[in-house]
Write a protein that binds this ligand. Structure first.
Ligand code: NAG
Ligand code: NAG
Length: 418
């Protein structure tokens, strides 16, 4: 009897649940009046159109936008098919709270909400790399609590998601994306690839996300957008580590044009692999695959440091090493030290922050690291970098230890310029 009930319910739920809406997450398109929503179903939606319904009150989602569906195969042996759906909400009013629901005539999601960024207000962002459910749950829980308290406008994940998105035929990626829905469905969640997303031509990053379409390939791997006083740029350091010469050159050319056209007061650049940090080794983090993107190699791999320095990038963030370290402004391995490491004014080179301590299984404790001359502060607590951009002259960063849901702020830093 129990078996029969189980069998019947399995048929009922088996027929319905694969069309269930999962893994809802927001992202910015780069246009201030748009918000992109991406979600997934395990089954295709033949003959129906995915859509988002939205509005300014929860019980009147009167506006709709039609979406797109893309079926894609996981790279595992079973080649599991999944269906990613994408829709853009537009003509949104800055500062307005919107409620929304995604799906199709087959099944709809819960109702979520977000505040359309008001870019005239200070920007508050959580930035981190290297996060999974296993070991990262405390950071995920803290990010959810902080989101509920309206503590940020933007979340940026600088590579290495879920360890790995493609594990267990992609089920691991589904679990991760469902676990973060409680923040990512409410605050735009921007991502790009780390070494753990390289597999099968970046299959998972390409297919699970929707980043600004201003790169060369429009495939989420490198992109930029403006927000208030800031120009954000994400680069793919894995092109270098994988020695993909053609792609590194195209990205370099794109970056040069992007920086030349940038009129924002602050420029923040992010990529996965670190150029400068301390480690157990005397010379610090100097793995060849990591610094190829910095120094380059002849015409084959154009180095990025000179270009970023030439265009006066203010802040560079990366992960890959599973810890936190803030550094002085650096160019060509030379730190530019000034009086107060907690408040730097008119930095002559980019300030560097390693922020890969959100929650990887192999966490690192910097207490046994040999501190480099360019280092200011290293911390082993799990957490993320909290960035605030106040205006055209002041931004601040801090390190949020996520061992408490309220978050403990461990490394206040102000960057100021005229
Ligand atoms: C739908 O797909 C087309 C073609 O790939 C793309 O140009 C468009 O931006 C997509 N729409 C959304 C909402 O993502
Ligand atoms: C910018 O923000 C900082 C920090 O809040 C503040 O001290 C400063 O006066 C502001 N400057 C301008 C021009 O508003």
């Amino acid at each position: 009897m129990i078996l029969r009930i189980f069998a019947i319910s399995a048929i009922i739920f088996g027929a319905v649940s694969p069309k269930k809406v999962e893994q809802v997450h927001l992202s910015l398109s780069g246009k201030p009046d748009e918000m992109v929503v991406t979600w997934l179903t395990q089954d295709p939606l033949p003959n129906v159109t995915p859509y988002v319904a939205f509005g300014v009150t929860k019980d009147a989602l009167r506006l709709t936008s039609k979406g797109n569906s893309t079926g894609w195969a996981d790279q595992g042996k079973k080649k599991v098919m999944r269906y990613t759906h994408r829709a853009t909400m537009n003509s949104l009013v800055p500062g307005q709270v919107y409620y929304y629901q995604v799906g199709s005539s087959q099944a709809m999601s819960d109702v979520f909400h977000f505040r359309q960024p008001d870019q005239s207000l200070p920007l508050r962002a959580a930035i981190f790399g290297d996060l999974s459910i296993y070991k990262g749950q405390q950071s995920i829980d803290q990010l959810i609590a902080a989101r509920k308290n309206n503590q940020f406008d933007l979340i940026i994940h600088i590579g290495d998601l879920a360890y790995d998105l493609h594990d267990n035929d992609g089920d691991n990626g589904d679990d991760y994306m469902n676990a973060i829905q409680d923040f990512a469905a409410y605050v735009p969640y921007m991502v790009f690839a780390g070494n753990n997303e390289v597999d099968s031509n970046f299959n998972q990053i390409v297919n699970r996300f929707t980043m600004p379409k201003n790169g060369v390939y429009d495939n989420n791997l490198f992109w930029s957008f403006d927000y208030g006083f800031v120009h954000f740029i994400a680069l793919n350091s894995e092109y270098y580590a994988e020695e993909m010469s053609k792609e590194t050159q195209l990205q370099y050319k794109w970056l040069g044009n992007d920086l030349a056209g940038n009129s924002k007061k602050w420029t923040i650049v992010m990529f996965h692999r670190p150029w400068y940090c301390s480690s157990k080794k005397k010379k610090g983090c100097h793995d060849d695959q990591d610094i190829l993107s910095r120094d380059g190699l002849k015409d084959k791999f154009p180095g990025l440091e000179e270009l970023l320095n030439k265009y006066k990038v203010d802040l560079i963030l990366y992960g890959h090493k599973h810890t936190y370290e803030r550094m002085w402004p650096i160019f060509n391995a030379q730190p530019f030290k000034s009086q107060d490491p907690g408040h730097i004014k008119n930095a002559p080179a980019p300030v560097y922050i390693l922020t890969g301590g959100a929650g990887c299984h192999s966490h690192e404790d910097p207490s046994d690291h040999i501190m480099q001359d360019f280092s200011v502060k290293a911390l082993g607590e799990y957490g993320y970098t909290f960035l605030t951009v106040y205006n055209s002259t002041h931004l601040s960063t801090d390190y949020v230890d996520t061992s408490e849901t309220s978050g403990k702020f461990l490394d206040p830093f102000v960057l100021e310029k005229d």
